[in-house]
Design a protein around this ligand. Structure first.
Ligand code: 13P
Ligand code: SF4
Length: 308
């Protein structure tokens, strides 16, 4: 399947962009494996005619928004994001009405329609920076409540109005589990995603998105790491830090969180079918797309985070 995928990629001038939570066999055929911010930038830069997005719907939709003329495919149309479903346009409009003085920042884990209602988007890699750079003192932050709370902790000069949304993969990381893992690996550094609850973030050596975790591990002298994000990330960290000559002393990673059922819907077979049948194409109506693109582009313009 992998060789057939590679053949089709070159025949059709396609690229495969894969999120770090994808399966190892998908990493092998991907042109980039990265966090959601880096993938959005990669999607904007590619010269390929077709983008197959190995990830979830909002990521493929963001790639389409940034590339309106390109064909963007999601190999499984059911690969959604439960967090993105936590906010609707109607509810957001109600909140905007109640707080007209506030700006709106939409985490990229949201629909195009919600992005279209926002002043700017952000990812976990740049959420603090984007909220700091918006002129408003009050910011309605949707949909992740934990990420919004973390931004607020880091920006005391702003009022971050959080939303009651969460990601089940991160919300379920238990304090007992982290403490038990720490007991087993007392020298290990604890890295957690800002979508994690406050009591988990309080135990961490680093709170960062998946791209930030990669950078931290590369530069760290520690040998063991407890990883508080979707467990697919361990494969990325293992590959990035595998030095054959140091096999006996290589860095070790232990999972604190489980799998995202939606990320794991993407299989090699579905990627092959996606390329073969050019399915399932992402479409966004022109009016929503124009406003949502504006919010995404604002994030890219304001962000100093380095991508890929
Ligand atoms: P990153 O932005 O860190 O890649 O995370 C995306 C995501 O879906 C987290 O659950
Ligand atoms: Fe959405 Fe959570 Fe899955 Fe990320 S891990 S795609 S936030 S459900």
């Amino acid at each position: 399947m992998q060789s057939r995928i590679r053949e089709l990629k070159s025949k059709k001038n396609a690229v495969i962009l894969a999120h770090s939570y994808q399966l190892p066999e998908i990493y092998d055929v991907a042109d980039a494996v990265a966090d959601s911010f880096e993938l959005a930038v990669a999607a904007q830069k590619t010269k390929a005619a077709i983008i197959v997005f190995a990830g979830v719907h909002f990521m493929a939709e963001s790639a389409k928004l940034l590339n309106p003329k390109k064909k963007v495919l999601l190999p499984d149309r059911e690969a959604g994001c439960f967090l993105a479903d936590c906010v609707t346009v109607e509810k957001l409009r109600e909140k905007k009405k109640a707080r007209p003085e506030a700006g709106v920042v939409a985490y990229v884990n949201s629909t195009a329609a919600v992005k279209a209602e926002s002043d700017a988007c952000c990812t976990s890699a740049n959420a603090i920076e984007i909220c700091r750079k918006l002129p408003q003192k009050q910011i309605i932050f949707v949909p992740d409540g934990n990420l919004g709370e973390w931004v607020g902790e880091n920006l005391p000069e702003k009022e971050i109005i959080t939303w009651p949304g969460s990601c089940y993969v991160h919300a379920r990381i238990s304090e007992e589990k982290v403490l038990a893992a720490q007991k087993l690996h007392p020298e290990a550094k604890i890295l957690v995603h800002p979508e994690s609850p406050k009591k988990i973030r309080a135990l961490a050596d680093l709170v960062a998105g998946t791209g930030g975790m990669s950078k931290f591990v590369k530069n760290s002298a520690a040998k063991e790491f407890l990883i508080g994000t979707e467990s697919g990330m361990l494969e990325k960290l293992r590959r990035e830090n595998f030095i054959p000559a140091e096999a006996g002393t290589r860095k070790k990673f232990f999972a604190l969180a489980g799998e995202c059922i939606n990320m794991k819907k993407i299989t090699l077979e579905k990627v092959l079918n996606s390329l073969k049948n050019e399915e399932f194409e992402i479409k966004v109506d022109a009016k929503t797309a124009a406003a949502a693109r504006h919010s995404l582009q604002k994030m890219i313009d304001l962000s100093t985070t380095t991508a890929l």
